[in-house]
Design a protein around this ligand. Structure first.
Ligand SMILES: Cc1cc2nc3c(=O)[nH]c(=O)nc-3n(C[C@H](O)[C@H](O)[C@H](O)COP(=O)(O)OP(=O)(O)OC[C@H]3O[C@@H](n4cnc5c(N)ncnc54)[C@H](O)[C@@H]3O)c2cc1C
Length: 384
């Protein structure tokens, strides 16, 4: 649902200008330095990008899913690390508070998240609990006025920058499944939290992940999400479901950028006396990419519109994440092929995108996990 086309277009114009004038020129530098310059971070904060999904009452823009998708399609036109910096805050980092936080928790944290004063990370994955997130082992045991948290969270995006963690921990060790898990809002400066070394990754340099280690960390009872135990896994799944449409939109945006770069290259590069774009075998790569991209774009917008109508989009969200992330990988591969040898050199940037987009098929639920969710829902619906 697009509430007001003029307002959205004004926002999209600003995002497009930021992408064109500030982010695209900085792509290589950010990858080299593994750091987004402070003035760019500030520009993103000033534009309200950290508050895209925060309700207006708490200082955010409160975008609908369809509007959020439009912004992500625009943000996808540059290196995905830029999106990652505010994406965890507007997505998986803060949505738990928006969905299930108490009034006091919302009032305390959402305004500071909306301005970017606080960066939020989502701490679910552990060394031994990835796809099987419900088996997480981090414990939060009630002791007087606090929960004592012990455990290690792995690959936590933006944890070195985070001011706040949405933490999933087991409050009921007797329940080894999802029902024993609760969500907490943990301030990063709480004693007992250590951030590990920044991980060396295949791509998306500039976006940081690290372990977050909790050792006898006393988290005040007031930080239990919504004041209720045992609902943490449900909160995490709600957050991830919305995040899947968000990630799928970014996949479409980045694929558009890679295909545009490949098309421009194919029209300029000459072999056998003509632009390589004239060769039908190259055209097949361009055409397949364009067709798949169009399909993914339609899927993402459809799922977003259905979610805005209040429909259950659990299956659609997984279909979008599965198809768009796999499509993005195929487009990246074809783009490198179209660039030929130049596609393998860092100078042209396409190999960087090839590495960057590999992550989309892995995090926020791997492609296999999306397949499982889709098929499980199909069987469930058929049995009704
Ligand atoms: C750069 C990066 C950033 C991340 N950011 C965050 C973050 O901010 N917060 C957070 O909590 N997590 C984060 N993650 C973790 C990410 O969500 C997990 O890596 C992902 O869910 C997969 O878990 P795993 O790595 O343990 O793989 P595993 O679960 O060990 O999976 C390994 C392989 O087995 C397959 N597999 C597993 N189970 C099944 C099954 N039942 N059927 C078929 N195949 C299966 C998987 O699909 C995969 O191919 C991040 C990861 C990375 C790499």
């Amino acid at each position: 649902m697009i509430r007001d086309a003029n307002t959205l277009n004004a926002l999209l114009d600003t995002v497009n200008r930021l992408v064109r004038e500030r982010l695209v020129p900085a792509e290589a530098l950010v990858a080299e330095a593994d750091e987004i310059p402070a003035d760019i971070v500030q520009a993103m904060k000033d534009m309200g990008l950290f508050g895209l999904t925060v309700p207006e009452a708490y200082g955010g823009l409160d975008l609908t899913m369809e509007e959020e998708v439009m912004v992500m399609l625009a943000m996808g036109q540059t290196s995905p690390c830029f999106r990652s910096l505010f994406g965890t805050t507007v997505g998986i980092g803060s949505l738990g508070i928006v969905f299930d936080g108490s009034e006091e928790q919302k009032a305390k944290y959402l305004p500071r998240l909306a301005t970017g004063e606080l960066i939020a990370s989502f701490a679910l994955t552990e060394p031994d609990a990835g796809s099987d997130a419900a088996s997480l082992r981090t414990t939060a045991i009630l002791d007087g006025d606090a929960y004592v948290v012990n455990g290690t969270k792995r690959y936590i995006t933006n944890s070195p920058e985070a001011g706040l963690f949405t933490l999933m921990a087991r409050t009921n060790p007797a329940d080894k499944g999802a029902g024993g898990v609760s969500a907490f809002i943990v301030e990063a400066n709480t004693p007992g939290i250590t951030i590990g070394k920044i991980d060396k990754k295949m791509g998306q340099r500039g976006a940081h992940t690290a372990d977050v280690i909790f050792e006898n960390c006393r988290v005040p009872v007031s930080q239990l999400m919504g004041g209720r135990e045992g609902l943490g896994f449900k909160t995490a799944m709600k957050v991830l479901e919305k995040g899947r449409i968000h990630i799928a939109a970014i996949c479409v945006g980045v694929a558009e950028r890679m295909l545009r770069d490949a098309l421009n290259y194919a029209m300029e590069r000459k072999q056998f006396g003509q632009p390589i774009a004239e060769f039908q075998l190259v055209q097949a790569m361009l055409a397949d990419s364009q067709a798949e991209l169009y399909a993914a774009r339609c899927m993402v917008i459809d799922a977003a519109q259905k979610r805005d109508q209040g429909l259950n989009v659990a299956t659609e969200a997984s279909c979008c994440k599965l198809f768009a992330s796999e499509m993005c990988g195929r487009v990246a591969d074809r783009a490198v092929q179209i660039f030929g040898g130049a596609g393998y050199l860092s100078e042209y940037g396409i190999e960087r995108f090839y590495r960057d987009v590999r992550l989309f098929r892995l995090y926020e639920g791997t492609s296999q996990i999306q397949q499982i969710v889709i098929a499980r829902n199909m069987v469930k619906d058929a049995r009704r």
